[in-house]
Design a protein. Structure first.
Length: 331
């Protein structure tokens, strides 16, 4: 029996088979191994450029940016400033590089397809790099910190009159008490004392220093803990009862520098101010002569700096709410 209908003719069944053209590859079919190098090349140059330009831009602004700090009016203060500036610059560079790496990762590896990125669980070289770089940074900062502390804490012998380089040494005993300061110059028989804000410019008593000479300060306290701080010196040191603190200052330029107590020491702590005036050596000798002529000598007090000044009966704070003098003895 002959079939009434024939099956449809198929090109693949008659004659030589003709393959259909291959479909265009889609993003989903593209191998990640082929896409990653192209993307990596696209981001490599900008990332390297930013990494190189950032430190150069920071260095071009200033060798030691201040970041709001004082550059130091003493050699010790300048050492401290350079350490601070170096640490801040290092922190900005490290933080900037970390931020760029985070931004690069967000943009470079953001999800574009459903293809699973290449996975890896460990990389010894990368782990060594991530561990070694922070270690080197910390070690370098630690080294410079030790050097700076040694320079700041270095002192000449207590009774020295000149340094090893022949620079004259000026000795000053600073006595802190509630709520004022006493500056004694034993080599010149001069002593200056003041309390709270009474003094030049309303900033308490004034200590005068010669520029270009080694100034050795002996810091003591007559009662409680006080803090000797001069911002432009980048220096602070405790005045502790029963403890003698010794430090040297090398003032490099003339000027007026305010100071204050930085340790809460009682009712008028906020007004326990003082100032430092740095002058030339000749002006310093003139000031010494004028102080002696005015009777500001060590002999005016029974035992010089070891004398405990009357605390309550002659303090004149600027606070309008200060207690009457009859009540100050019971504070």
């Amino acid at each position: 029996m002959v079939p009434t209908s024939l099956p449809p003719v198929n090109d693949f069944t008659i004659g030589s088979p003709t393959p259909l053209p291959a479909p265009e590859p889609t993003a989903a079919d593209t191998s990640s191994d082929e896409v990653i190098p192209a993307r990596r090349r696209r981001w490599a140059r900008p990332a390297v450029g930013v990494a190189i330009a950032a430190p150069l831009l920071l260095a071009g602004c200033n060798m030691y940016p201040s970041y709001g700090a004082s550059r130091g009016a003493t050699t010790q203060g300048q050492d401290t400033f350079r350490l601070y500036s170096g640490m801040m610059t290092t922190g900005i560079i490290v933080g900037g590089l970390v931020g760029l790496l985070i931004l690069f990762t967000i943009l470079r590896y953001r999800r574009r397809t459903d293809v699973m990125p290449k996975q890896f669980h460990e990389s010894i070289p990368i782990e060594i790099l991530y561990t070694g770089i922070p270690f080197v940074i910390v070690a370098v900062l630690f080294w410079f910190t030790v050097l700076t502390e040694n320079n700041v804490d270095a002192t000449v012998p207590v009774n020295a009159t000149v340094t090893s380089a022949g620079v004259p040494v000026e000795h000053i005993t600073v006595t802190a008490f509630q709520w004022g300061w006493r500056f004694s110059y034993p080599d010149h028989n001069v002593e200056v004392e003041g309390e709270t804000t009474n003094g030049p410019n309303g900033h308490g008593p004034q200590m005068v220093l010669p520029v270009g000479e080694e100034v050795q300060i002996t810091l003591v306290s007559n009662d409680v803990i006080h803090g000797f701080y001069v911002r432009d010196f980048n220096f602070s040191r405790y005045a502790l009862p029963g403890v003698v603190n010794l430090f040297d200052l090398d003032v490099v330029r003339t000027g007026y520098y305010p100071g204050q107590c930085t340790q809460i020491c009682g009712l008028y702590h906020s007004e326990m101010l003082f100032s430092v005036r740095a002058v030339t050596p000749s002006a310093f000798q003139t000031w010494i002569s004028s102080e002696i002529a005015s009777g500001h000598t060590l002999q005016r007090l029974p035992t010089s700096a070891a004398n405990t000044p009357p605390i309550y009966d002659h303090v004149t704070p600027s606070n309008a709410l200060a207690a009457p003098s009859s009540q100050k003895g019971s504070l």
